[in-house]
Write a protein that binds this ligand. Structure first.
Ligand code: ADP
Length: 247
């Protein structure tokens, strides 16, 4: 496989904050249908890496290619439009709108919050909302006000809002934080389902969950990649054990 076959190719990526390299000559390749999990101690650079990929932070050097197109200097809205979706830890949903309306306003050719509330719903949007609601397990809650959902359901709704835009690369930051055991299991199933036909990058600290979902694990430390491969492989790597145990 050549580097041009990957959905995402990050090469020699570097970002410095006041001379401190938070990401240091990093290379990362993510494949179609792959669920990649990034782990690493606090301050390793995981969030900064996702910020760079989605255009929230500008790289000092290096390149980010998505489907072979250079993204490095594009503004954030164009990166989103090209098919990269990012979910942060805290759900940003419209608490006063229904689940249906939250999904509807996320439709890319939608008319924003006011349009969705005051204009007639097109059949295309309705069909997409129904399909996504089924995917995220909230079909029965379509008329429920989003603020009344459980913590886990709010997280799934936000994933659903991203799915409305049908991203080819989906990036999630600690998707199971604060979830019950049952919600974690449902989230694992959801992530594996929605990974089909796209690529995913998930930052996660819960090692049992990482084992459950990851196709491949990338371990970051001090802005670099320390190890990469199956969970079994990286767990057995003495450098990884050192970093986690602080030897
Ligand atoms: P992680 O997500 O792995 O915990 P981060 O990406 O949040 O790590 O942070 C990596 C390092 O970069 C940390 O030392 C953090 O303090 C630093 N950092 C991140 N963003 C900024 C910023 N905007 N300005 C200065 N330093 C930053």
């Amino acid at each position: 496989m050549t580097n041009t076959d990957f959905v995402l190719s990050v090469e020699d990526l570097t970002v410095s904050f006041d001379g401190f390299k938070a990401i240091d000559s990093l290379n990362l390749y993510v494949d179609q249908n792959e669920l990649r999990v990034i782990i690493g101690p606090n301050g390793a650079g995981k969030t900064t890496l996702l910020d760079l990929i989605c255009g929230k932070t500008r790289a000092s050097a290096g390149s980010i290619k998505f489907k072979n197109s250079e993204m490095t200097k594009l503004p954030e809205y164009q990166i989103v439009r090209s098919g990269i979706g990012r979910k942060f830890q805290t759900p940003s949903i419209y608490e006063n709108l229904s689940v249906f309306q939250n999904l509807e306003v996320s439709f890319p050719r939608g008319r924003g919050v006011f349009g969705a509330l005051f204009f007639k719903r097109s059949d295309e949007v309705k069909a997409q909302v129904q399909a996504v609601a089924a995917e995220i397990g909230l079909e029965a809650q379509l008329d429920t006000e989003a603020g009344l959902l459980s913590h886990g359901q709010k997280q799934w709704l936000e994933i659903g809002m991203l799915l409305m835009q049908d991203p080819e690369l989906l990036m999630l930051d600690e998707p199971i934080a604060g979830m019950s055991v049952r919600e974690r299991e449902l989230t694992a199933e959801l992530l594996q389902r929605i990974c089909k036909g796209r690529a995913m990058i998930v930052i996660e600290h819960d090692m049992e969950f990482v084992k459950r979902i990851a196709d491949k694990v990338t371990v970051m430390h001090q802005g670099k990649i320390l190890a990469e491969g199956s969970m079994e492989k990286v767990q057995a790597d003495p450098r990884v054990i050192d970093v986690y145990l602080g030897h």
